[in-house]
Every structure is written in structure tokens, then in C-alpha cells.
Ligand binder design. Structure first.
Ligand code: MOS
Length: 703
């Protein structure tokens, strides 16, 4: 047939509210997740984990377990395939070197995999497996003055230390100084869908269905880890039930590949909720000291932010909690320091807005304390310290509309009528208060590839190894593709989450839609050029590929961020200490919004997670055993329906041409600032500062 005629220009689909393309499949149960795809001859792996926090495995009694019904194999450090050391998604990753030696670095470290005909048989055998250890003394007690605190090596995106101007001199000369320590606890990503993978060998190729944030990089990594050709590994992840940073490569996938290779049959490994608390990363606790020095009119002279976090004995992961301090406020002198201590704990990883979320809690709480001490309105104080360029780097912002967020938010929230005095409003037995905080998050893009195909039947297929981890990315990419192809929506299909589609950015760092959308836009433009010259479309269509690597690298360095202002109203029961959030409002400047429906869900979801961080989430570690006391969803409370009030999220115009799509990304910024807004509102309600998260009942009762 002849090439369809493509009208130049945009269809207007980007920017309109669209329900998820896969929504019906998900709510009817037709959508299959990694743990659900049926296979003939499927075997099931169950992970056995360490009960001690540090030491060596002395013995594993496999014999008794191998005699149990249905048991096919017990993999352990004595018989498991050797893995290539020193590889990982973001540099060498020791957390994936499972079953390679007898060393136990923390409670819950995987020590064996039992494979059986059914999950029940595998579980029974794994629980019956007797493992003995030579225990060594462990240390899981985190504190900022731990003798092991050190300065980690510099690594992107933020060096551990930044120093501009003379902080000590400016502090000494300041009329008002705030000097406080803020702490945040262990927090867990807790996606609804557990980590799951099935692996099998098919015609000489390893195929894995996995729940993850980026199939291409994971396929590459699995190939490296198992000494395979990159082309002989395929990873897909069609549907993912949440990730929040916890779904890079995790041991379940490594185990599935190990077992499928050893047994030469498909093997599925699904982690339990409890195992997710020890094997899938967490947000490290932080202890942050903030010192602010200001003139009497609130103009900042010094900002000093030191954050200490932990990592495991086997892997250095650095939570960069000073990131908000590097971009939010103008100051004569700035010092930001990142410190680390290594403990016998699981390795932390990214969790929604890593660095930004805990850092903003500390900084934005301290700013509220400065507003109190200078007698300034918290918004006035912030606007007085709006920077012309980024305070740490000195680079210009690609766009910055934080002031517009505060102005619009204040108007909608009713902020101008606020009585600044704390502890004076009552509603029945409740003390009522309001608080505000700024949000910020990096808005980056990374190279990606996409293909666009004009099919012989007049439709189009776009392929990209993007991941939709529940965000609505698939739908947003469809809108971008429709727009870039200038085609009717029903004529365009988008296929994602298949490593065979080529390199693409992870669903992480709020970089997904901007990075993928850019590649799709380029592929669509190239396809339109080809079609303009084509007389006919052959039976297998016309396919073009775009790679944004050069375009991404060619850009000028600039500070590119999303911003926002969050407002909270809380009620505190002075008898019980209970805090109820009554309403939340967030107004954001996040570049171009592709799909207002799913974008709002991302922002509101982030704010709910921020509410949860403020009031509920806390991993409690027992120093005697080294284990998590509350490592399941019965003990680790995440905000649920009854905790969540009406939440409103909206955005202001924020044009940004630094990336041609104009997209800044908004998957993470919603969680940044919420906890401080809530803590500041609790102070306004009660007169008590909340410098430690979560704001538990006992903490609001302490005066
Ligand atoms: Mo996400 S915490 O950017 O993987």
C-alpha cells in the first residue's frame, strides 16, 4: 500500500488527560506480572537467608532437605555457579555476588536456594534447611558520632563536600543562627508487587521475565555476571507493580538464572515480603546537622549541612542528602558534607527521591525554625533567599519557577490569613496548625534508543526498552509518539520493557519519560522523513532507529531541576499525641506535563509517601540480633487509606527548552518537602519542634 500521508505538526495529544493503556488489563487481572506467567515444567526456587548478622557459614545440611518431597536441588556457596566479580549496574555491586563464599554480612543475607516442583515444597524445604554459622560480633548501631564515620569517595552526581565562602566567619557574623540535628530512620520502598523472576533457556538463549526498572541494562548485567554473550540474554518486564528504587537487579533474578542453568528447566523465584526487607535495599537512616546563619531580615549568610548515613560492610552506597541545600537558597557561604559509616546491615539503595527526600526534611525544617527566630513568614523568608544561580555549582538554572509555586500555593491554601503563633488554634480536642516547605528534584536525561516502524497496514509501532513501574509511562510515551508521528492515537502502538529493543534509560531518577520521550521523538521524526521519500511500505514495514547519546552529551552544563511548594494542615491530639494530616496541597514547576491524569497521580502518590515518611515509616533494628524488628507490612506501617486526607497537586507553567521534549520528570519530587511541611505544621499546632522522623505519638507528647 502507499505511505500514509502525515500531516506535519503536533496532534495536541500531549498535555491531555489519558487513562492508562493497560488499565483494563490490570484491573481485570488479564495483565500478567513476572510471578504469574505460566510455564510448562516450571520449577520453583525459595531463598534461605542468614539468621546471624556477621560471620561465616560453617555447614549447610543439604542431605535431609534433598530427601523432602519435590525437592530438586539445594544451591549454596559450595555448588552454585561462579559469578563474574566486579560488575554491576552502577559500578561493582557486591550485593549480587550471592552464594559465592561463606561470608555473611548481615541478617537476611541469602545463603541458599532450594528448588522444588512446587512453591510450597520449596518453601517447606528452605525452612527446614539447617545452616550453622561461626558468628562474629556485629555492629548495627547507627549514629552520627560513630567512630567509623568517614568521607566517601567523590562520585556523580554530587561530590561529598562543597565549600563556598567562609561559613564559620559568616555564622559568627550572623544576627540569627539555627543549629540543629535532624534524623530520619531506615525506610523501605515496599512496592506492592514482590520481586519476582522466571528464567529459562530457550534455543540457546537465556530469557527472563523479571519485575524491574530497566530490562536492557539488567540483561547486559546478567550476561556479564554469568559470562554470557550480551546478545544471548533477553529480559522483559511488561508489567511492574511498583519499584521506588528497589527494582534494579536483585538476588531473585540471579537465583532464577542460576537454577534454570543448573536444572535446564524454567525456574521462578519470588521473594517474600520479609525477604524484600533484607535483600532489596532500603533508604539509609540519616543524621543531619544544619546550621543556618542569617541577618535580622532573614537574608542567609551561611548554610552548613552535614549528613551522615550508613552503608553495608560489603558495598558503599552514598545517600546524598545535601542535594537540596546545593540548589535551593542563595547564601554568602555554603558548606555541604556527606559522611558515611559501614555497619553489618543490608546495603541501602535508591528510594524515591534519594538524598532529596531526607535532605529536604532537614533543610526545610531548619528554614522554618529560622522563620520563627527571625519573625518572618516562612514563605517570605524563602523568597528573600531565591538564588540567581545554583548556590553550590554557580551554574544557571534552565528554568526555576519556585516563587510561582509558593505564590499560587499560598493563594489556594489560604496561607495569607495564617496566624503565625504556634499552639493557639483548637478544634474540639485537636490542636491545629499549618506548615509549608519547598520541593526540588534534579531533572536529568540520559541516552536512550527507540525504533519507529511504519507498518504495511498504515499503523505505527514504537519500541523502546522503557519500564512502566506503575507510573503511567507507557501511556505518556504513547502520547508523545502519537504527537511526534502526527498519527491518530489508535494507529500507534508502543511496546516497552524488552531488552531486545536496545539501550534505554532506567525508570529511575525521574529521568524516564524525558529520556525515552526524546528518543521516541527523534525516531518518529526520522521515520517521517523516510516516509516522505517512500512510495510504498513493504510487507515488513519501514523501521528507523534513533539514539540520543550524542544529543544528550552535546548539551551545555546547566542546573536543571523541578521545584515545588507543599502546604500541610495537621491536627494533633494533645492527650494521645496522635497527628492527623487534614489536607495537603502541592504546587509544582515540573516542565511540560505529558498526561495530567497520571502526572497528578505521581505527584499525589509522592506526597502520600511523604506523609507516610513524616508520620509512619520506621525500620526498627535490634542491636542485639542485628535484625529488623518490624520487617513486614504488619510492623512497618505505610500510609493507607485511613491515613490519607484530601490531597491536591497541581503545577504552574514551567517552560524549559534544555531538553527538546520540555519534560522535567515528576515521579519523585512529590515526596520532597512533604515531611518538612507536616513537621512544620505540627510545630505550628503544638509549639513542639519535630526534629526526628517519624513523628510518633511519643514525640509529640515530649515537650
Ligand atoms: Mo528511583 S529511587 O529514581 O529508582
Amino acid at each position: 500500500m502507499t505511505a500514509p500521508s502525515l500531516a506535519p505538526g503536533r496532534t495536541g495529544v500531549v498535555g491531555t488527560a489519558r487513562t492508562r493503556l493497560e488499565g483494563r488489563a490490570k484491573v481485570t487481572g488479564a495483565a500478567r506480572y513476572a510471578g504469574e506467567v505460566p510455564f510448562a515444567e516450571l520449577a520453583h526456587g525459595w531463598v534461605a537467608t542468614s539468621s546471624v548478622a556477621r560471620g561465616r557459614i560453617r555447614s549447610i545440611d543439604t542431605e535431609a532437605v534433598l530427601a523432602m518431597p519435590g525437592v530438586l536441588a539445594v544451591l549454596h556457596h559450595g555448588n552454585a555457579p561462579r559469578l563474574r566479580p566486579g560488575v554491576g549496574l552502577f559500578g561493582p555491586d557486591a550485593t549480587l555476588q550471592v552464594l559465592q563464599d561463606d561470608r555473611v554480612p548481615h541478617v537476611g543475607w541469602p545463603v541458599a536456594l532450594v528448588v522444588a516442583e512446587t512453591p510450597e515444597q520449596a518453601r517447606a524445604a528452605a525452612e527446614a534447611l539447617v545452616v550453622t554459622y561461626d558468628e562474629e560480633p556485629h555492629d548495627v548501631a547507627f549514629s552520627a558520632d560513630h567512630p567509623g564515620v568517614y568521607t566517601p569517595e567523590a562520585r556523580p552526581p554530587a561530590p561529598p563536600d562543597v565549600e563556598r565562602g567562609d561559613v564559620d566567619a559568616e555564622l559568627a557574623g550572623s544576627a540569627v543562627v539555627v543549629d540543629e540535628e535532624y534524623t530520619t530512620p531506615e525506610e523501605y520502598q515496599s512496592p506492592m508487587e514482590p520481586h519476582a523472576a522466571v528464567a529459562r533457556w530457550e534455543n540457546g538463549r537465556l530469557e527472563a521475565i523479571d519485575s524491574n526498572q530497566g530490562s536492557y541494562a539488567i540483561a547486559q548485567y546478567i550476561a556479564q555476571l554469568f559470562f554470557l554473550d550480551a546478545a544471548s540474554v533477553r529480559v522483559t518486564s511488561e508489567h511492574v507493580g511498583g519499584a521506588f528504587g528497589a527494582k534494579g537487579v536483585r538476588p531473585h533474578l540471579v537465583f532464577a538464572v542460576m537454577a534454570a542453568t543448573m536444572l535446564d528447566r524454567p525456574v521462578r523465584v519470588v521473594l517474600t515480603r520479609r525477604q524484600m526487607f533484607t535483600m532489596c535495599g532500603l533508604r539509609t537512616p540519616t543524621a543531619q546537622r544544619i546550621r543556618l546563619g542569617a541577618d535580622a531580615d532573614g537574608r542567609l549568610r551561611a548554610v552548613d549541612h552535614e549528613s551522615v548515613s550508613y552503608s553495608s560492610a560489603i558495598q558503599e552506597f552514598v545517600e546524598q542528602s545535601t542535594r537540596p541545600t546545593r540548589v535551593l537558597y542563595a547564601t554568602d557561604a555554603l558548606r555541604a558534607r556527606t559522611r558515611l559509616v559501614r555497619l553489618d546491615v543490608p546495603t541501602p539503595t535508591f528510594m524515591r527521591a534519594p538524598g532529596w527526600a531526607p535532605g529536604s526534611y532537614a533543610l526545610e525544617s531548619a528554614m522554618d525554625e529560622l522563620a520563627e527566630r527571625t519573625g518572618l513568614d516562612p514563605i517570605t523568608l524563602r523568597l528573600r533567599n531565591e538564588p540567581a544561580v545554583a548556590p553550590a555549582s554557580g551554574l544557571p538554572f534552565s528554568s526555576r519557577n519556585l516563587a510561582a509555586c509558593f505564590e499560587e500555593g499560598a493563594r489556594r491554601f489560604g496561607w495569607p490569613d495564617r496566624d503565625p503563633r504556634p499552639g493557639v488554634r483548637r478544634d474540639g480536642r485537636w490542636l491545629v496548625g499549618t506548615g509549608v516547605a519547598a520541593s526540588a528534584h534534579a531533572a536529568m536525561t540520559a541516552p536512550s534508543t527507540a525504533t519507529a516502524t511504519a507498518e504495511a497496514d498504515g499503523t505505527f509501532t514504537v519500541r523502546i526498552a522503557a519500564a512502566d513501574i506503575g507510573t503511567g509511562a507507557r501511556t505518556a510515551l504513547h502520547q508523545i509518539a502519537v504527537d511526534a508521528l502526527a498519527a491518530p492515537p489508535e494507529a500507534v502502538r508502543v511496546r516497552i520493557a524488552d531488552s531486545d529493543f536496545g539501550p534505554a534509560q532506567f525508570a529511575g531518577g525521574s529521568m524516564g519519560t524525558a529520556s525515552w520521550g526524546w528518543a521516541i521523538t527523534e525516531a518518529a521524526a526520522a521515520l517521517r522523513e523516510r516516509l516522505a521519500l517512500a512510495d510504498e511500505i513493504p510487507a515488513d514495514g519501514i523501521t528507523v532507529r534513533a539514539d540520543t547519546s550524542e544529543l544528550v552529551r552535546a548539551r551545555q552544563p546547566v542546573e536543571r531541576h523541578g521545584f515545588g511548594a507543599q502546604f500541610a494542615e495537621v491536627a494533633v491530639d494533645p492527650a494521645s499525641g496522635e497527628v492527623r494530616v487534614r489536607r495537603l496541597l502541592g504546587v509544582f514547576a515540573v516542565g511540560r506535563v505529558v498526561n495530567p491524569l497520571t502526572a497528578r497521580s505521581q505527584l499525589v502518590g509522592g506526597m502520600i509517601m511523604g506523609l507516610s515518611m513524616a508520620l509512619h515509616e520506621e525500620g526498627v533494628r535490634d542491636t542485639a540480633s542485628g535484625s529488623l524488628v518490624n520487617g513486614d507490612l504488619a510492623g512497618y506501617h505505610v500510609a493507607s487509606n485511613a491515613d490519607v486526607p484530601p490531597i491536591e497537586a497541581d503545577w504552574v507553567d514551567d517552560p524549559d527548552t534544555h531538553n527538546p521534549t520540555g519534560i522535567k520528570g515528576l515521579g519523585e519530587i512529590g515526596i520532597v518537602g512533604t515531611a518538612a511541611a507536616v513537621a512544620n505544621a505540627v510545630w505550628h499546632a503544638t509549639g513542639t519542634r519535630q526534629r526526628h522522623l517519624p513523628i510518633r505519638l511519643d514525640r509529640t507528647l515530649t515537650r
